[in-house]
Design a protein around this ligand. Structure first.
Ligand SMILES: NC(=O)c1ccc[n+]([C@@H]2O[C@H](COP(=O)([O-])OP(=O)(O)OC[C@H]3O[C@@H](n4cnc5c(N)ncnc54)[C@H](OP(=O)(O)O)[C@@H]3O)[C@@H](O)[C@H]2O)c1
Length: 275
């Protein structure tokens, strides 16, 4: 099992992706810059942004100013729904890359499975990958049926599926499907945006380990072979969230958290994307 914040998992094409990163959704520009700088100084190596978050420029500034060599960082961004389609995606990629001030990306993702569009979008993702502009490509919020459909025509298989995942939405079916197809799962809203942190089961386990409930949740995800990208713009929480590599949950504790699942989303349902 993982023992450090810099530990990686290997994607189906051999690329190494850190198992822990910082999410920057809902961070204003200056806040994003400061949080990313702080996280990188504290040992984070992966940052998850999106064109929709409108902070790529500041994320890029923080990356430029930090002391970590570019090749040790893992930068992810995403193509937004209104930019989907072949030419549109190529243009959106260049815009994101320029905003970030980078000459390649580590991971580019389709943000949502926009009906009638995502296959054309995927062709552009394949082109970007084949041209060496991005080390790995993938999707977000794809249900198994979306993946099935995409993979029917794909030349390059998706390497990652980033989905909402936390103890109230354990995504067992998606995880099993992805594992079978060598697609790595990344949990977004891994803390259920904070909504799950007062749960008595988590409190009890947290007390036993002398950890916070947030740390317990993140550890449960890692032990389930899921990559995590919790968001925090609080300096202390950025550090404490990452202190999950010095303890292990038992099989019984893992199962107790598994039983919390209610298939309850905090975000939109991928089968009803109308934005
Ligand atoms: N692909 C997609 O469709 C998609 C969708 C949503 C999100 N994402 C990505 O996933 C990342 C994480 O998801 P998220 O931001 O929605 O939710 P999250 O990481 O589950 O939760 C973030 C919220 O929890 C708070 N928080 C963080 N650590 C905490 C702790 N230790 N104790 C108590 N509260 C804590 C944060 O506040 P403070 O900042 O004040 O700490 C923030 O309000 C995003 O930032 C984004 O990069 C992707």
């Amino acid at each position: 099992m993982y023992t450090s914040l810099q530990d990686t998992t290997t994607l189906q094409n051999g690329v190494k992706m850190p198992v822990f990163g910082l999410g920057v959704y809902k961070m204003e520009g200056a806040e994003a810059k400061e949080s990313v700088r702080h996280a990188l100084d504290e040992g984070y190596r992966a940052i998850d942004t999106a064109s929709m978050y409108k902070n790529e420029k500041e994320v890029g500034e923080a990356i430029k100013e930090c002391k970590v060599p570019r090749e040790d960082l893992f930068v992810t961004t995403k193509v937004w729904n209104s930019d989907q389609g072949y030419e549109e995606t190529l243009a959106a990629f260049n815009k994101s890359l320029n905003a970030l001030g980078l000459d390649y990306l580590d991971l580019y993702l389709i943000h949502w499975p926009v009906k009638g569009k995502y296959k054309e979008t995927w062709k552009a993702m394949e082109k970007l990958y084949q041209d060496g502009k991005v080390k790995a490509i993938g999707v977000c919020n794809f249900q198994p049926h979306h993946l099935e459909d995409l993979m029917q025509d794909a030349k390059v298989m998706p390497m990652v599926n980033q989905v909402e995942l936390h103890p109230l939405l354990s995504q067992k079916k998606v995880r099993d499907y992805c594992e079978k197809h060598h697609i790595k799962v990344i949990a977004w809203s891994p803390l259920a945006r904070g909504l799950v942190l007062d749960h008595p089961t988590l409190k009890e386990i947290a007390e036993k380990h002398g950890k916070s409930t947030a740390q317990i949740v993140l550890r449960w995800e890692l032990q389930n072979n899921v990559v995590v990208i919790p968001k925090s713009s609080n300096k202390e929480r950025i550090i404490t969230n990452s202190e999950v590599f010095d303890f292990e949950l038992s099989a019984e504790e893992m199962q107790a958290i598994d039983r919390m699942n209610k298939n309850e989303r905090t975000g939109p349902d991928p089968d009803n994307v109308n934005f």
